[in-house]
Write a protein that binds this ligand. Sequence first.
Ligand SMILES: [Zn+2]
Length: 497
Amino acid sequence: MERHQDTSRRTMNRRKQRYMQKRMIITFFALLLMTGAGVLAAVFAPKEDTKEQAARKNTLETSAKPVEKDTVKEQIKEPESKQEENSENTQSAVLAEADLLAAGYDYDKAIETIKSCQGYERNAELTARISDYEAKKAACVPVNIEEVTHVFYHSLVVDPELCFANQDTDPQAVGNNQWMTTIDEFNKITQTMYDRGYVLVDLHDLVEETKDENGEVHIKPGTIMLPPDKKAFVLSIDDLSYYHSYDGYGYASKMIVDENGKPKCEYIQRDGSTVVGDYDVIPLMDKFLEEHPDASYKGAKGTIALTGYNGILGYRTDISYQTVPEDIDEDKRKWLESHPEFDLETERANAKKVADAIKADGWKFASHTWGHMKVGDASMERLQTDTQKWKENVEPLVGATDTIIFAHGQDLAEWTTGYTPDNEKFNYLKQQGFNYFCNVDSKQYSVQIQDNYFRQGRRNLDGYRIYFNSIGEMDSVSDLFNASEVIDPKRPPVPHL
Ligand SMILES: [Zn+2]
């Protein structure tokens, strides 16, 4: 039953999307048909017009575009019932598009969409819908930007038994247990946050960014308007590279683009067979938002923080796979040995195709530093070398980004100090185009907005937090979900750090 509802809702959403794409075409043909109706009415003695038909004819006189004579003749042959059906289709397509926009709190665009419908003023259903959107818009209140929480995940665990096996003997299995979240946990958290009124916003929604005549970026708090029972949150995903170290531990193996142009995951099952599906945050969140358009503000998605040393998104795109330096990592060497067909340009082209689909889907990319480096500890020189490697190996595939999400939760300065004008590393990263900086502080919220930068602390919703919250040793996620209801029964006890 639930599955049936899911399927039919998905079908509905797909249908909505198709309508939107075809709206222009449908509108055009509807106009043609209606013009045909006008011609017919002139040729044959018309029946008594209903008010509605009269209104439609009036609209036609003002809106019909000049059309080729032959086309008109052809369209005249269409039966009248078909014409009405088409015009209803057009209206329901417009309403569907507007409703979707309004569900995502974009009431202005929703109203604009309805007003793009010729003769909407004389259509009771359309004007009623406009009033409805206006009322909803008026009921919205501004979000307190200072209190917006930012949560993040790593790649999700598809097969917890495999991922968490051998806790006593395998240090990586312990790491998996501490830092990773299972698909089951992610789905429960996402549903609970939605039920509690959380709405996904983009990092950039939190500010208003302007550029002066010198091209300098200036930042000030932005405005997000939501219904009073809603709360905003930001989402990011770290390390979406499918590192070699993930192999055999029950994670997806790479991101791919499916036949509909949507980002999906490839997963290699225990028996070695490969399947494609929703095996990580991107496709799971996409599916959730498709089914709950009110879970995202104006279509916002998350930010994906990428390193470069093992490539990106499961593709071995780093130059080191081709140059094979003396000191290359053992796992890279092994991977190259088992993949004699490796071709850097092919990997990069495939990765770019996937990155393009992810961006088209509304997600954004950020740097996580090329080498997952500790920016606080690193020398200035190392930071520069690392940043250049990111610019050469990752940026050409995902595009330029203004956001850096630091690895190991490190940062360039204390929170209270902020980034001061004498902060050499900050000045360098600013020069390199970064204006948005995120660390990990696990606080409910920490937002710092200065004229020249935006800074936000993040919270890891991982095994460590979920486990210690679930046993009552920690209280750091209860504003978002109840950890004891969310924890995967397949997760073993997590050791202290
Ligand atoms: Zn990381």
